[in-house]
Write a protein that binds this ligand. Structure first.
Ligand code: HPA
Length: 281
């Protein structure tokens, strides 16, 4: 069923997509994982997998970036039931934020209660190195848009408190997961830009002054919508490069993918430990 909201394009109904999903699987995980660049290999670590291309779910946009597959998977990660979004749609691809965040609404309608959002990001903090992981403590929305603009869906709050966007207990599980994997987990503030350009060095200097530690082109819209839906949220970045002007080299997507690939097994270990600890809590 399509909902028509005055002045906006007809938006697909998350409950309808969740109903399709419920018909396709008997699995009912409460933990959702969004795999961004650097975390994609986690999809291969799932047991008892059932997988659906996004195209099979009404309203799901199709991601087009290399390194982003575009399927919804259900299975167990370290024996914990999980729902995995392998690949995401980005604002810079031309999708609306309604499309970019639609999956969060579907997950909430499906019964997911907790989501871990992962991404690749550039290091703004001078101490960060490519290959580091960073737990999101907070974010700065510098995309110039907000996914909650327009009428609030029925039953959802109009004004959403973001004082504690990233859940303390899920964040603590990530710290413990990193320790168990013998990984150093940095912590900091993720600043989201719309992209698709990388930043200028002047922007990166400005972002550092604002308190940003990493910069990327995703995650924040999903975190905001997830909070509106009452989901608990955690976030982790793979620092794939030093942000513009922080190193003498120019930035390239190829470099981002190479570092992401190199960190893949550590990323899998981190997420597996997280899932294991989540299952025990
Ligand atoms: N800037 C923005 N997004 C990114 C970067 C970056 O340096 N690296 C990976 N995603």
């Amino acid at each position: 069923m399509k909902q028509r909201i005055q002045g906006r394009r007809a938006t697909p109904d998350p409950a309808a997509a969740a109903a399709v999903l419920k018909r396709k699987t008997r699995q009912r995980p409460v933990l959702g994982l969004v795999l961004g660049s650097g975390f994609g290999a986690t999809a291969q670590a799932l047991d008892n997998v059932e997988s659906l291309p996004y195209a099979a779910l009404p309203g799901f946009p199709r991601p087009s970036v290399s390194g982003h597959a575009g399927k919804l998977m259900l299975g167990q990660l370290a024996e914990t039931p999980v729902l995995v979004l392998s690949g995401r749609a980005h604002y810079y691809e031309g999708h609306t934020l309604d499309e970019v965040t639609f999956a969060m609404r579907v997950l909430a309608a499906f019964g997911v209660t907790d989501v871990l959002l992962t991404n690749a990001a550039g290091g703004v903090n001078a101490r960060f190195r490519p290959g580091d992981f960073m737990l999101l403590r907070d974010h700065i929305n510098f995309m110039g848009v907000n996914p909650l603009r327009g009428p609030a869906p029925p039953g959802r709050p109009r004004f959403v408190d973001l004082t504690q966007t990233y859940d303390a207990s899920l964040s603590d599980l990530l710290r413990r997961a990193a320790r168990a994997a013998r990984l150093r987990l940095r912590e900091g503030v993720y600043l989201a830009v719309s992209g698709p350009t990388y930043e200028t060095p002047a922007e990166v200097r400005a972002f550092a002054r604002w308190g940003a530690d990493a910069v990327g082109m995703s995650t924040v819209p999903e975190a905001i919508v997830a909070r509106q839906c009452g989901l608990r949220v955690a976030g982790v970045s793979c620092i794939t490069n030093l942000a513009a002007g922080r190193s003498p080299q120019p930035l390239s997507h190829a470099e981002v993918l190479v570092i992401a690939e190199r960190g893949a097994q550590r990323a899998v270990a981190l997420l597996k430990n997280f899932a294991r600890l989540y299952g025990k809590k």
